[in-house]
Ligand binder design. Structure first.
Ligand SMILES: [Zn+2]
Length: 90
């Protein structure tokens, strides 16, 4: 049978026991979207904390990009139409 060659140092023994005091994190639900959430933290999926919007979420940025893209396309279309109208006059 294998026998330990040396005594385990106090540091090794104590570092093995360092995780004894750990507790599982408390989890609640988001008040706004019911997403599971750590306590005292802003929700990452909807960006709300205690009923107020405090974070920009990925969905918010995507919405913003969509609006900017639509505005850009509308400007380009208007410019093309203006150019076509000016060429017809010539
Ligand atoms: Zn939420």
């Amino acid at each position: 049978m294998g026998v330990p060659k040396r005594k385990r140092s106090r540091a090794r023994r104590d570092s093995r026991h360092a995780n004894r005091g750990l507790k599982a994190k408390a989890i609640t639900g988001c008040q706004n979207c019911q997403e599971p959430l750590a306590t005292h933290a802003a929700c990452k999926s909807c960006g709300y904390y205690k009923g107020a919007k405090v974070l920009k979420t990925k969905a918010d940025r995507a919405d913003r990009r969509g609006q900017e893209k639509q505005a850009r396309e509308a400007r380009q279309k208007a410019a093309q139409e203006a150019q076509a109208a000016s060429q017809e006059q010539k």
